[in-house]
Structures are given as structure tokens and as C-alpha cells.
Design a protein around this ligand. Structure first.
Ligand SMILES: Cc1cc2nc3c(=O)[nH]c(=O)nc-3n(C[C@H](O)[C@H](O)[C@H](O)COP(=O)(O)OP(=O)(O)OC[C@H]3O[C@@H](n4cnc5c(N)ncnc54)[C@H](O)[C@@H]3O)c2cc1C
Length: 380
């Protein structure tokens, strides 16, 4: 696909070509029998969709050209992501591999790691999953127990990760592990890249209310090359927080929520239109928060207060959109299959899965905690 990107890396507006490409891909996915509502909105899994994005050259658009990118302005990349979300593309692989982990590899990785991974991500050949959460460590991530023990030029990893999106189709896991249990909780952690096809990796797949799947990943004596550590050994907390900032700019979900508002606008009575208009205003504020967070990240500034505000606001706006769909359409909004299903069941799927947004990437309570402490300077 040829995108009208000028020499300064600016994309004037999201071009109609993107809309046409996204619509063609969703049709192709449906013809292949892939379910576009198999997870939280804009977060469903499809290795095929990810590879198609690689073929079309829209992965890593903001990355350097020598690594397979197009050096596009980061805010324009976010605008594209909003648009891809609007079209309900299954973006889980992209969001993890490119937006979150790919960007973290570029920020914290050695030259060797960058050249080994980024060009293959840019063409959709390498897909990552993210191994943070554990049975006893979700919000309180610093309490994670998966441990890595040094053995010559390898780390040997043992433990269990849960709620791992895309675990069953990913090639590599971006994993947080405890490398020094004698240090204070936040200080003994490291982040490394673990081969999902290595001996000792076992994945059990569990279905979710949202229609998607989570992996439970058991790791028994899995070897990781010492060169696969991102950032400093025992300095993983900084890496992990950095990638959470990328993850929490959830602009693609703004796109999905805008699509819902557009659907409801077509059938809403005047008094409901006013509510939809107010929600559009909130979503525009969410968009701008996403752009502001992206601008600050590009300038290398601390951004957690803004990315957490973006994540929290988008999650709450999605709950409002889901509630409004039922208020406007009545119980019919919840019909997912058959002739009465609205928008091929997508509205019902949106309602069913949107609650997961209040947890994924850190719960709303945790975002409020970050905003209170880092944004408002309140005590712990
Ligand atoms: C769709 C989806 C995709 C996900 N994908 C991944 C993935 O790919 N990789 C991965 O590692 N994880 C993933 N997760 C897991 C997600 O990161 C965790 O669910 C989240 O961090 C919350 O952790 P928990 O589920 O253990 O809940 P808990 O931490 O047990 O929290 C339970 C409740 O207590 C509240 N709470 C906890 N601590 C505090 C506090 N200090 N102050 C106030 N309230 C608090 C929480 O807000 C929540 O309401 C995913 C989750 C979802 C829903």
C-alpha cells in the first residue's frame, strides 16, 4: 500500500486507502471463518491479520527505515491505530508486538537485540506475547515469583504466567522475572525475551467471557540467552514501567468506541443523541490524551500520569458506550447471532467484552493510583 507520507514523516489525514484496505481485510478474515469478536474490542487474536499488516507495510511505521519502518510521525501512527480500531481489525498481535514490546525493545534493547528482532517484527514475521501477570501477581506486579537463575551464558527460567494474550500463537515472550530474590521487591527484577518454542514451555488455553482466549504458560527450566535481557539485570522495573506507558495509550479502543457511537447515532432518538454527542466529546478528549502521551514519549519525557489518564478515560468511555447501546436499543443490543443481531453481532460482542478493558493493561484502580501519585503528587 502506498501511503501519502511527506518528507517530514507527516500523514495529512488517515487516507481513504487505509479504510478500503481495512475493510477488505475484515472481509477476508470473515471469509476464512475468523471471528472478529474473539476478545476485547480491537484486542482479538489473529496471526493471519498480523501477517497481512506486515505485508501491507503498516507495522512499525514510526520506526527507522533501516529497521523496516517509515519514520512516520508518532502521532500520525496513533491516528492510524485509531482508524484500524474503528474497523474492528484484530489488533492484539500488533498492539503487543509493535506498539508495546517492539517500542520497548527499541528503547531499552542493545544494538544486537534491536537488529535481531525489529526488522522481523516490521514485516509481521515475529509476534510477541507479554508475560507479566502471575497467579499471585496482577496489580501488585512487583510481587512476581517466576525466577531466573544464571547458569553460564544462560538464564534458567521457572514459573507460571497467566492471562497471557496471544500465548498460543506468539513466537517470543517479553517476560518479567525475578533475577535476585535477595534484593528489595522492585529491584530484583529483569525483563528478557524468551523463545515460546524452547523446551520447557507449555501453554494451556482458557476461554474468556469476552470470547477470546488467555494462555496459562508454565515454564520449566527454560533457557534464555544472557544477551536477551532488556536493560540492566535487576533493572527490569524501569523497562516494565516504560512498556506499560506505551500499552496504556489505548487509542485504538477510542476508534472502536467511536464506531459504536456511529452505529447508535443512526437509530437514536433526539434525547439519546445528546448523550451520544457528550460521549463523542469524551472520546475526542481521550484521543487528545493519546496524542499528548505519544508526544511526550517521543520527547523522552515521563509520561505515566498522561498514559494512565488516557487508559482510564478510554476504559470508562467504553463502559458508557456499552451502557448506552442497551439504553438506546433495549435488550436487542445484546443479541449476538441470528437475523436480529445488530451490526453482525458486534454491538453485543462489544458489550460483553468491554468490561475487560477495566482490567487489561492494569485495572482502573491502579490507573487512579498512578494519576494520584505521579500526576497529583499525593502521598502513597
Ligand atoms: C483482556 C485482558 C488481557 C490481558 N492480557 C495480559 C497479557 O497479555 N499479559 C499479562 O501479563 N497480563 C494480561 N492481563 C492481566 C492483567 O494485566 C491483570 O488482570 C491486571 O493487572 C489485574 O490483575 P489481577 O487480574 O491479578 O487482579 P488483582 O490484582 O487481583 O485485582 C483485583 C481487584 O482489586 C483491585 N486492586 C488491586 N490492587 C489494588 C490497589 N493497590 N488499590 C486499589 N485497588 C486494587 C483491582 O483494581 C481489581 O479490581 C490481561 C487482562 C485482560 C482482562
Amino acid at each position: 500500500m502506498t501511503l501519502p507520507i511527506d518528507v517530514a514523516g507527516r500523514l495529512a489525514d488517515v487516507p481513504a486507502e487505509i479504510d478500503a484496505w481495512a475493510l477488505a481485510l475484515t472481509t477476508e478474515l470473515e471469509e476464512r471463518g475468523e471471528n472478529l469478536t474473539n476478545g476485547s474490542p480491537a484486542d482479538s487474536d489473529s496471526r493471519f491479520a498480523y501477517e497481512r499488516m506486515g505485508d501491507a507495510g503498516i507495522i512499525g511505521l514510526g520506526w527507522p527505515t533501516e529497521l523496516g519502518g517509515r519514520e512516520m510521525d508518532p502521532i500520525d501512527v496513533v491516528k492510524m491505530e485509531e482508524r484500524l480500531g474503528y474497523h474492528w481489525l484484530p489488533l492484539c498481535g500488533y498492539l503487543l508486538s509493535v506498539k508495546t514490546i517492539g517500542n520497548a525493545v527499541l528503547q531499552f534493547g542493545t544494538h544486537d537485540l534491536i537488529s535481531r528482532f525489529i526488522p522481523d517484527v516490521a514485516v509481521g514475521r515475529i509476534m510477541f506475547c507479554q508475560g507479566f501477570s502471575e497467579p499471585e501477581a496482577g496489580s501488585d506486579l512487583a510481587s512476581l515469583r517466576t525466577k531466573a537463575t544464571k547458569d553460564g551464558d544462560r538464564w534458567i527460567v521457572n514459573g507460571t504466567k497467566i492471562w497471557t494474550s496471544s500465548a498460543e500463537i506468539a513466537d517470543w515472550m517479553y517476560i518479567a522475572v525475578r533475577t535476585d530474590p535477595t534484593l528489595p521487591r522492585h529491584k530484583g527484577l529483569s525483563v528478557m525475551l524468551l523463545d515460546m518454542h524452547a523446551p520447557g514451555v507449555e501453554v494451556d488455553v482458557h476461554e474468556t467471557l469476552g470470547g477470546g482466549t488467555f494462555g496459562e504458560v508454565r515454564l520449566s527450566d527454560v533457557a534464555v540467552d544472557v544477551n536477551n535481557v532488556l536493560g540492566d539485570v535487576n533493572g527490569g522495573w524501569k523497562v516494565l514501567l516504560g512498556s506499560l506507558d506505551y500499552e496504556r495509550v489505548t487509542s485504538e479502543k477510542v476508534g472502536v468506541a467511536l464506531w459504536v457511537v456511529d452505529q447508535l447515532d443512526e437509530v437514536a432518538a433526539p434525547h439519546h443523541r445528546r448523550l451520544l454527542l457528550a460521549l463523542r466529546g469524551e472520546l475526542e478528549a481521550c484521543r487528545r490524551l493519546g496524542h499528548e502521551a505519544t508526544r511526550l514519549i517521543a520527547q523522552g519525557e515521563r509520561v505515566s500520569r498522561v498514559s494512565s489518564t488516557c487508559k482510564l478515560s478510554v476504559s470508562l468511555a467504553m463502559q458508557k458506550a456499552a451502557a448506552l447501546s442497551v439504553e438506546i436499543l433495549g435488550p436487542g443490543a445484546l443479541v449476538e447471532r441470528g437475523p436480529d443481531a445488530r451490526a453482525a453481532g458486534r454491538l453485543a460482542a462489544f458489550h460483553r467484552a468491554s468490561a475487560s478493558m477495566t482490567l487489561a493493561g492494569g485495572s482502573c484502580d491502579i490507573q487512579r493510583k498512578v494519576i494520584a501519585q505521579q500526576g497529583l503528587g499525593l502521598p502513597r
